[in-house]
Design a protein around this ligand. Sequence first.
Ligand code: UN1
Length: 510
Amino acid sequence: DPLVREPLMDRLDTLDTREWEAAPTITATSYGDKDAIHAPQNRDDVVGWVREATEADVELGISVALEVQDAWNAYGGNARAELLDKAADAFEDHMDEFLSLCRREAGKTVIDGVLEVREAVDFLRYYANEARRQFAGPIDLPGPTGEENRLTLAGRGIIGTITPWNFPLAIFIGTAAAALAAGNCVLAKPAGQTPLIAALAVDLCHSVGIPKEVLQLIPGDAKPGIALSSDPRIAGIAFTGSTQTAQAINRTLAAREGPIGIFIGETGGQNAMIVDSSALPEQVTRDVIASAFQSAGQRCSALRVLYLQDDIADEMLTMIRGAFEALNVGDPKHLETDVGPVIDETAKRSLDKHIAGKKRQGRNVYQKKLPRALRAGTFVAPTIVEIESIESLKRENFGPVLHVARFRADRLEQVIEDINGTGYGLTLGLHSRIDATRRLVESKARVGNLYVNRNQIGAVVESQPFGGEGMSGTGPKAGGPHYVSRFATERVVTIDTTAAGGNASLLADI
Ligand code: UN1
């Protein structure tokens, strides 16, 4: 509908002319070429500049946070919740800027941008409510007569957050918000590719009253991440990204002297979908396309391996290929674009290499043609590759590549075993109208999120807490009731209140 399309695009394009400089709160700026952030859809478009935080910046950030840590904790759950709610309002008011940055800095389509901001706002409000619910005051625990027992939750101290470019706003602010809700100070390191949107998010949080010392932006790549993880004054790290990086952070935390750091990791997946012959073909087609190709496949939840029951496989694959051919690959500034670029040159090279390898092995490979106009960006042609089994995939391929395998109905248990055998356990899709099949898959599959007769991406905060097990993460699930409490330490006070103990009068002061 052009009446809707034009004004929206006009607004976005006006914003394009604005230059975004990150405003790392920590030091003055002096930018060089290496600090430039380029748009994935057009590497010549410089979106802004950011200087990487040095070890001295991290050091300063930690010492400043330590000074306010106790005050922020004492501020209380309700007061912190109020600030997080105000931040959510500010985010909604700045939707346009966020959409522009989602597109220019992260290459997101308009619809993905809208979903991203929505999710960020949802996280802020949800964790605000959790702060009210869990941090309102001490909890009385049962005990024998003559004894008082009280449990109090408190922030652990300073939490370092290390978050990915594929949800540069939602996961960046969601992780920070949970740690803040629990009474921690946060040193927040966004991905090296997407610091500008993080800088805007942090600025807005400060503008509504979250103290600058309490939430600090630490821009940069691996180096500041290592500086955060290796400092024993950081109480723990909350991380979303690759399994390999999670393992490296864990090793760094383990090697520290002093306090034992906590670690929350949300990592990769080798996500499958199982489709049996009772499934509805149109529904399967729609859900496969969304799960594999929305966000250019750059979601840890995305579908990587589609298992089709052999007697419907040819027909299903024909339909899926039809819908696949209709996908629009292009610049995300056009509303009709379904698949935008991948994040950078490194990602493109690794995906192209994987696809070339499958072609060399003589696999059936269906690939969309990329328009020449897209040469200036890091685009990967959406691809479907036929394979024998999930076991042949050595690692996660984080992009618009869907693998398809076939199975015989009497081998379903083996398929589930093979999927479990990858060691990952994030999302699994199932399309089946047979109850017994659903129960079988539900009981055997070791995954964090199982989606039945629908797509397997876009977990909704509060309704679908998200996260995996095994090589896919530690839990607790983001956007779920146990997440915020992981950032808290529990303190129990036990008092002998008997007259014989002589302590009855103490209680009055507590
Ligand atoms: C990620 O891609 O790093 O359900 C995790 C979804 C998203 C995935 C976030 N919540 O698609």
